[in-house]
Design a protein around this ligand. Structure first.
Ligand code: ADP
Ligand code: TRP
Length: 330
């Protein structure tokens, strides 16, 4: 039996990059009876960038409802909130002490802020809190606490899983072989989905399509997809952003037909209408479930509370082994 674990940090509304890159692959894996799945809302990770308690509550709720609306079945998956697992934060501290500072200096999220600060000529650590700096250690704790074998994520998280493996090895070598070495599970076709402007879709670039926006919002986002200036009647490049997004939602047959239409000069305006149709019919049933959970949030809270109880049974066991290995418990 393999343990599968992944989390999403609620720093904004779930978008289709999160869905196709992480949520859907994780949910697909959970239908395999050989896998024991632990999926969670990485709410304490979001503290590194959120400004208000209202944002914290709103985005956490959005991600929780999103997981369920996308098909997470709480009978097959242990579904919980990171902040309900105190063992995680104890392990985080212990792991801090086997992690060389240099490893954190090389972590890409921190490095990206440092590079930006250098370009802007401000202090290199401006806007860097210790939560951001130590982010990969808490993420390692999330993973190692549950003896995780596989972590389904998008490509941008690969380095974090490598760091978790490094930290597990440092601990195992210094004390005792307690931790399983986790591996990333990255599906090639969806490892980096493009956003409206052709760059990686990301909350931080403001180029996302919200997973559970209204129809109007979906339409608006699609209208913002950047296209070239080719006129109706002129053949369109098949590797354009619009077609990449279309392919996510379409059946094989729809994809072939759409390719033909683009090659035959379909205008961008009509192409956007077709994309809206296909995306909306894919998302509408999920949106309905999402709206249900948002208005019956007490059901979601109950699912998360039950999940935390189940998760803590494993977490306590692993933490106890760790405590014994370092000499806190005999
Ligand atoms: P964001 O970059 O928008 O802040 P997160 O860091 O919250 O997204 O990502 C949550 C999960 O979704 C991660 O597993 C991440 O790899 C995946 N993900 C996010 N954006 C994309 C994308 N554009 N393509 C593929 N996967 C993505
Ligand atoms: N870092 C992930 C993100 O940016 C969220 C996350 C936190 C995570 N802990 C994790 C993902 C453990 C996989 C496993 O969205």
């Amino acid at each position: 039996m393999k343990r599968i674990l992944t989390g999403i940090k609620p720093t904004g509304y779930a978008h289709i990059g999160n869905y196709f890159g992480a949520i859907k692959p994780a949910i697909d894996l959970s239908s395999n009876a050989d896998f024991d799945c632990f999926y969670f809302i990485a709410d304490y990770h979001a503290l590194t960038s959120l400004k208000t308690k209202e944002e914290f509550a709103e985005y956490s709720k959005n991600i929780a409802c999103a997981w369920l609306a996308c098909g997470l079945d709480p009978n097959k998956v242990v579904f919980y909130r990171q902040s309900d697992i105190p063992e995680d934060f104890e392990l985080n501290w212990i792991l801090c002490n086997v992690t060389p500072k240099g490893l954190m200096n090389r972590a890409h999220a921190y490095k990206a802020v440092v590079e930006k600060n250098k370009e802007e000529g401000v202090d290199i650590d401006s806007n860097v809190n210790m939560g951001l700096y130590n982010y990969p250690i808490l993420m390692s704790a999330d993973i190692l606490l549950f003896n995780t074998n596989l972590v389904p994520v998008g490509l941008d998280q690969k380095q974090h899983i490598e760091i978790a493996r490094d930290i597990a090895s440092y601990f195992n070598n210094k004390y005792k072989k307690v931790f399983v070495l986790p591996e990333e599970y990255i599906q090639k076709e969806v490892q980096t989905l493009v956003g409206l402007d052709g760059r990686k879709m990301s909350k931080s670039y403001g180029n996302t399509i919200k997973l559970f926006g209204t129809e109007k919002e979906l339409q608006k986002s699609i209208n913002r997809i950047v296209t070239d200036s080719l006129l109706p009647g002129e053949p369109k490049p098949l590797d354009c952003t619009l077609n990449k997004i279309y392919k996510l939602f379409a059946s094989k047959q729809q994809q072939v037909e759409f390719d033909k239409k683009l090659a035959n000069g379909l205008g961008w305006g009509d192409a956007k209408k077709e994309l809206f149709e296909v995306a909306n019919s894919y998302l509408a049933p999920m949106r309905e479930k999402f709206d249900y959970y948002m208005t019956h949030y007490e059901e979601v809270e109950k699912i998360l509370a039950d999940g935390a109880v189940k998760a803590r049974i494993i977490a306590k066991k692993v933490l106890q082994e760790v405590r014994k290995a370092i000499g806190v418990e005999i």
